[in-house]
Design a protein around this ligand. Structure first.
Ligand SMILES: [Mn+2]
Length: 659
């Protein structure tokens, strides 16, 4: 359209020039005055100018006419039949023309402003997408922008879209419900209570499922299977899994600690895969402490809902005995045993490794403790002090030495962690075919390796506690020196902040057993004392504490490197402030990463708060590390999330008071 207009302009200019020359020649060279010639030329000029305006006005119309000519009458009918729309628009995105199909679907389409009529097309005009899906008046269209020439193509995909939605809605979802603590409770309750549990709790789940239209089958006394469509599943999600609350209330009435753990598998048409996904999700929900829902959608990360009560002490001694037996069998079938802790080995790693080393040896196998990937400062001092004694009964090895003793039938035991990347030698985990995990941290993802046995117990205070519980099931000649027992006790003391946090009756039981082997609590306390520098850093952190309206204490130090253990100890100590329910320490760690240590007294779930910032942990102890950022940036993010929590809680309280 631009070119013919330019051509016309230059033609007019040429004519005007010729006229000027003629007038010049006639008036000045021929010295004649011919008024009629002037008149004629002026008239021609006017006609030309009118012609230009007319051309510009009709250019758009002509272009559109040309398009409909190209389309032709038959093609137009074909578009009608195939539900294909075409429209053209001007530079202001106003519709200038639309084909018969679009005219039949929309009244007064010409002149409409496209981006306000169909806001979804915005992406087409700022080149974010070539194709968008638009729903208008119960019809769904795919809209394609033709690269040049201000034209949009429409394809009616309503049927396809509806069909897709129908298929998704009808897809099967499989779920497993587990009644946490049911067996333990039933074991110690009288028949009357057990009967009440069945009617008030188990039956309520069945009623709830039936009311929702979900197929429910009892598999075991404490386990149910659910089958439903995706559509029903979404309704249940929208209902916020009200059954969880019901069970909480009923449990409270009966004074039992039964909660629900639910795992769901969805997003696949392969039912066997769904089943496996649901079972894995359930296991994850349980290993995170139970009382929560884990949803595994095909090809997506596991999503968690709930988790509002702290893991209760619910481990049965039976489980420790079964684990001890399984572990013994595995040790007997292995060439040797390699004990690996996490990077920056701490007392809990070291203590549990020493305990396991003795368990392996009492079962007739050589065992080696990996000393790689860094060691925590206080542990290092303690280790050096005890080295001579410890070396008599334990073999500590660095990375090269370990590769020399590693055989195809070595049993690799991961202690106090469950993530291969956190291991002091990650390749040891990923390469080995025989891995056992013993840990007390909540799992938040699938294993990246294939373990032979997993013993994760989030209700335990420490890995040392889990290992010590296995001691009574070892051969009679099992031995621990008093130095070893002291190291294990120190592991428990540091993870419980000297028997203050996460301490259950079984923590004291194992402490008492360690005492029988000669553990020295005074020495352990000595190991945990701060040097002056650490004391000073902690004092600085205490100085910066601020407490928000919901009793959460936060402190930070922007310019000092602080070890992770000092951060977590400070967070632990901050819980000692009267009224404080949760504490957060934000600072730069030894590796120049910004770290957050979060602790809770049990009323606030700091794990959920840290997860919002991509961290992890437990209900009462969680944290995160992040590189390429500053302490103040992370602090601001944390404060925003805490504020959001406060706002949500206030809102909830308002709603409750309205009820
Ligand atoms: Mn630990």
């Amino acid at each position: 359209m631009q070119n013919p207009l330019n051509k016309l302009k230059s033609n007019i200019f040429k004519v005007l020039l010729i006229e000027a020359v003629i007038l010049f020649v006639v008036h000045y060279l021929m010295k004649q005055s011919i008024n009629w010639l002037d008149m004629v030329l002026a008239a021609i000029n006017m006609v030309l100018l009118i012609g230009v305006f007319d051309f510009v006005e009709s250019a758009q119309v002509k272009r559109n006419l040309a398009l409909s000519q190209i389309i032709g009458e038959e093609a137009s009918q074909a578009f009608m039949f195939g539900n294909i729309g075409i429209l053209t628009y001007d530079s202001n995105l106003n519709v200038t023309w639309a084909n018969d199909f679009l005219q039949s679907r929309f009244e007064h389409i010409v002149g409409k402003q496209i981006s306000s009529w169909m806001p979804e097309t915005q992406q087409l005009f700022n080149s974010e997408a070539d194709l968008v899906t638009v729903t208008l008046d119960q019809y769904t269209y795919e809209v394609l922008k033709k690269e040049e020439g201000q034209t949009l193509f429409f394809r009616d995909i309503t049927d396809l879209y509806n069909l897709k939605e129908l298929t998704t809605n009808q897809q099967m979802v499989i779920g497993y419900v587990h009644l946490d603590n049911y067996e333990e409770t039933a074991l110690y309750s009288d028949d009357k209570t057990t009967g009440q549990i069945d009617t008030n709790i188990r039956q309520r789940i069945i009623e709830w499922a039936r009311a929702q239209g979900v197929l429910v089958r009892r598999l075991r006394t404490n386990r149910l299977m659910l089958v439903m469509t995706q559509q029903l599943f979404e309704q249940i999600i929208a209902d916020n899994f009200s059954i969880m609350k019901v069970i909480h209330e009923e449990s409270a009435k009966l004074d039992v600690a039964i909660t629900l753990s639910i795992g769901f598998g969805k997003g696949s048409s392969d039912v066997q895969m769904l089943d496996e996904m649901a079972l894995n999700a359930l296991e994850l929900a349980q290993s995170r402490g139970g009382d929560q829902i884990a949803i595994k959608a095909y090809d997506q990360e596991v999503e968690y809902l709930g988790g509002s009560s702290q893991a209760q002490e619910k481990r049965s001694k039976v489980r420790a005995r079964i684990i001890a037996q399984t572990l013994k069998d595995l040790i007997h079938k292995s060439d040797n045993v390699i004990l690996v802790g996490h990077k920056e080995m701490d007392f809990d790693c070291m203590g549990s490794a020493i305990g396991m080393c003795n368990i392996a040896r009492s079962n007739g196998k050589d065992a080696y403790i990996v000393l790689a990937g860094g060691i925590e400062e206080k542990l290092n001092l303690a280790y050096l002090e005890y080295k001579e004694e410890l070396d008599k009964t334990n073999v500590f090895m660095d990375e090269t030495e370990i590769t020399r003793v590693l055989k195809s039938k070595s049993l690799v035991v991961m202690l106090d962690h469950h993530n291969a990347s956190q291991s002091s030698i990650p390749s040891l985990i990923t390469k080995s075919k025989r891995v056992v995990v013993i840990d007390h941290h909540r799992r938040n993802q699938d294993f990246t390796f294939d373990p032979m046995m997993v013993y994760t117990e989030t209700a335990a205070s420490s890995c040392c506690e889990l290992i010590t519980e296995l001691i009574p099931y070892q051969p009679k000649h099992f031995e621990l020196t008093k130095e070893e027992a002291t190291m294990i006790l120190t592991g428990i003391m540091i993870d419980t902040n000297r028997f203050r946090n996460r301490t259950g009756s079984r923590t004291f039981e194992v402490a008492s057993l360690l005492k029988q082997y000669g553990a020295d609590p005074l020495k352990a306390d000595e190991f945990l004392k701060d040097d002056y520098q650490t004391f000073e850093i902690k004092a600085k952190l205490y100085n910066n504490i601020s407490i928000n309206s919901h009793s959460m204490a936060i402190t930070s130090l922007p310019n000092e490197k602080i070890s992770r253990s000092v951060m977590s100890q400070t967070a632990d100590m901050m819980l000692g402030i009267k009224g404080v329910e949760a504490s957060f320490v934000v600072a730069m760690d030894d590796n120049d990463q910004v770290a957050v240590s979060a602790r809770s007294n049990g009323n606030v779930n700091v794990h959920v708060i840290m997860e919002k910032m991509n961290g992890g942990g437990h209900y009462t102890a969680a944290g995160l590390q992040r590189s390429n950022t500053t302490v103040n940036e992370v602090l601001a993010e944390l404060q925003a999330i805490l504020q959001q929590n406060v706002d949500e809680e206030d809102k909830n309280n308002e709603n409750h008071s309205l009820e």
